[in-house]
Design a protein around this ligand. Structure first.
Ligand code: UDP
Ligand code: MG
Length: 308
C-alpha cells in the first residue's frame, strides 16, 4: 500500500491536538493508504508535547514527533516535518482543523485520477477573519504577483497533497529564509486547486499577530521580487539622462547669448547628480542581488522526468 505522510506543525496547540487527531483518523480510516502522522512541536509553552507523546504511545508506528528546542516558526516546523516524511504522498496540515481532513480523500482522488503532481487547497472566502487583515492579505497577493515570475495564488493554503518527487524538489531548495508559499510556487509542476469555504479554528487562538504576518509578507516580497532594485537603476538612468539633455540645452542657450537664471542651472545640476547617485545605487543593488542569489543556493532548475 502507498504511504501518506501528514506533517502537523504545532505551537501551543494543547486544546486542538486531540480533536485534530480524532477527526483526522476518522477520515484516514476510509482511505486506502497507510499513514504516518508527524507532529512537530515548535517550542510550545503549554502541554502540546505531552498530548502528542500520549498519542504516540497509544498508536506506536503511526504517530511520530519532532520536538524543537524553542519556537522557530511554522516554516522551520514544516521543513523538519517534510524532511522526516517518508510517504509517497505528503501533506501539511494545521492542527486547528482549519484544513478540513474531509478534503483529503478528494485530494487523493484528484491526484491519482487527474495525473496532478500537487493538489492544493484554496480558501475562496475569508469569513470570520478581521476585515482589515483580509484587505492587507489581498493587497499583498496583488503586489507580490505583479513583480514575481511565479504566481502565488491568493488564498492558497500550505495544506497541499504532494507527490514524493515534489517534496524532494522543495527540500532541494536549501535557502535559509524559507517562504513556503513562494517555494511551492517556485518548484512548479502541475498543480490543481480544491476550493473550499473558510473554516474557523476549533479551539485556541491564532498564532499570527499582525506584526508577524507583516514580517512574513515582507519576507515573501524580498525573497521573490527583484523589481524594487531594478526600479532604482531605471529611475536613476532616466533622471540623469533627461537632466544631461537639459544641461546641454542650457549650455547651448547661454553660448547663443541667452540669459540663464542661476536657480534653473543649480536645480538642473542637483537633479543630474541625484540621477547619477540613484543609478550608482541601482548598480550596487544589482550586484547585491546577484550575490544574494548565489548565497541562497537555489537549484538552477527542477527536472520532473528524464526521458531517455
Ligand atoms: N504554528 C507553528 N509555529 C508558529 C506559529 C504557528 O508551528 O510559530 C502552527 C500552529 O500551531 C498551527 C499552524 O502553524 O498548527 C497555523 O497557525 P495558526 O492556525 O495560528 O494560523 P492561522 O490559521 O490563524 O493563519
Ligand atoms: Mg489556523
Amino acid at each position: 500500500m502507498e504511504l501518506l505522510s501528514i506533517v502537523v506543525p504545532c505551537y501551543n496547540e494543547e486544546l486542538t491536538v486531540d480533536l485534530f487527531y480524532t477527526e483526522l483518523v476518522k477520515v484516514l480510516d476510509t482511505m486506502d493508504v497507510d499513514r504516518e502522522i508527524i507532529f512537530v512541536n515548535d517550542g510550545s509553552k503549554d502541554r502540546t508535547l505531552e498530548k502528542v507523546l500520549a498519542l504516540r504511545d497509544a498508536h506506536p508506528g503511526e504517530v511520530r514527533c519532532i520536538d524543537f528546542s524553542r519556537n522557530f516558526g511554522k516554516e522551520g516546523a514544516m521543513l523538519a516535518g517534510l524532511r522526516m516524511a517518508k510517504g509517497d504522498y505528503v501533506t501539511v496540515m494545521d492542527s486547528d482543523l482549519q484544513d478540513p481532513p474531509s478534503n483529503l480523500p478528494v485530494m487523493l482522488k484528484m491526484i491519482r485520477e487527474n495525473g496532478d503532481d500537487v493538489v492544493g487547497t484554496r480558501r475562496v472566502t475569508r469569513a470570520g477573519e478581521p476585515k482589515i487583515r483580509s484587505w492587507f492579505a489581498r493587497q499583498f497577493y496583488k503586489l507580490i504577483n505583479r513583480f514575481t515570475e511565479v504566481e502565488i495564488v491568493d488564498g492558497a493554503r500550505d495544506f497541499r497533497l504532494m507527490r514524493r518527487y515534489v517534496v524532494d524538489a522543495v527540500l532541494s531548495m536549501e535557502e535559509y529564509n524559507r517562504f513556503s508559499k513562494g517555494l511551492f510556487a517556485w518548484v512548479g509542476y502541475q498543480v490543481e486547486y480544491l476550493e473550499y469555504e473558510n473554516v474557523e479554528r476549533v479551539a485556541g487562538e491564532t498564532k499570527w499577530s499582525f506584526g508577524k504576518l507583516f514580517r512574513y509578507a515582507l519576507d515573501g516580497i524580498i525573497e521573490y521580487t527583484e523589481a524594487p532594485m531594478h526600479f532604482c537603476s531605471w529611475t536613476g538612468a532616466i533622471l540623469s539622462a533627461v537632466m544631461l539633455v537639459e544641461l546641454i540645452v542650457l549650455l547651448v542657450m547661454s553660448l547663443c547669448g541667452k540669459q540663464i537664471s542661476s536657480a534653473v542651472l543649480i536645480i538642473s545640476c542637483i537633479l543630474f547628480m541625484g540621477g547619477i547617485l540613484m543609478l550608482g545605487l541601482g548598480i550596487i543593488s544589482e550586484y547585491l542581488l546577484k550575490t544574494y542569489s548565489e548565497v541562497r543556493k537555489r537549484p538552477h532548475y527542477i527536472v520532473k522526468n528524464y526521458y531517455e
